[in-house]
Design a protein around this ligand. Sequence first.
Ligand SMILES: Cc1ncc(C[n+]2csc(CCOP(=O)(O)OP(=O)(O)O)c2C)c(N)n1
Ligand SMILES: [Mg+2]
Length: 326
Amino acid sequence: MTKELDRREEISKDRLFRFERMLEIRSFEDRVQDLFAEGLVHGTTHTCQGQEAVAVGIASALRPTDTVTCTYRGHGVALALGLTPESLLGEIMGRQIGSVGGVGGSMHLALPSIGLLPTFAIVGAGIPVAAGAALRHQVMKTDDVALAVFGDGSTNIGAFHEGLNLASIWNLPVVFVCENNQYGEYSRIEKTTPIENICERAVSYGMPGKKFDGQDVDDVVAAVSDAVEVARSGNGPTLLELETYRYAGHSRADTAPYRPEGEFDEWYERDPINTFCERLKDEGVLSESKESEIRKIVDQRIETAVETVKNSPAPEVKSMFNNIYA
Ligand SMILES: Cc1ncc(C[n+]2csc(CCOP(=O)(O)OP(=O)(O)O)c2C)c(N)n1
Ligand SMILES: [Mg+2]
């Protein structure tokens, strides 16, 4: 079994591994911001601190043969699905060790063996592609499902409406997961979206639409598992809205000065990692010493990945012609 599949199996079985993976995502993203500031990440990058429960919850509810599309804010989903920190950071820093050889960058991650279809820089673009992947699962008569992760802003894009309509008409095995992190770029949701509950948009397409707390990993696992089961058993698509919050700005060095005062603190009180940590302790699943041990292991893992990637060469120029078909 590959390392990626082992990492995948861990979180599908064990809540302690879910805690560890959420910490890994947080630590990884914090480090990516530092590396960006140091000039070691070219172009742009979008981090997902605060949204870890969504990423880990989704991955825990799926099988590696299911397929996932997601956005440019996809580092967390990629790590949750099993991509190693080395191959993810290698992509972000444009090094040969990256999952697609360092030519994709932060926004174009992919690894078919864990079901990660390319992540998309174009808002909403992954939605019809997930419907297409679901059509493949349906035609091939596997009981695999496709899942699209996209932002709240994406639900104002034509591709969202076309994708959901087609999925419903063809009864495709697909789950649409909207990460409602309250912002599209620099605009709060009420400035761009005329309804309060995005999940209500499902009504137009004759599919169930439900809203859940995206800061509670146990809730996310349960909600996504239910929708996946519906799709797997031939009962068609579902739209899930998971309410969450991005701690960082939209991208690059955005410090989010447009956020109302106190908003970040309110969300941080319900931090998905801290809340889950407390719950695991209340249940007697996690001790203080185990917690610090896990934190140490994770931080060390990320530091090792940073060193490994720094020592990996950049792709050769001619590699831009690899994987081009005429
Ligand atoms: C079709 C298209 N229009 C505009 C953009 C520029 N753009 C990049 S991210 C973004 C905001 C999307 O917000 P949301 O879907 O909520 O995702 P989030 O960044 O919050 O995860 C916009 C408008 C784009 N990449 N693609
Ligand atoms: Mg958003």
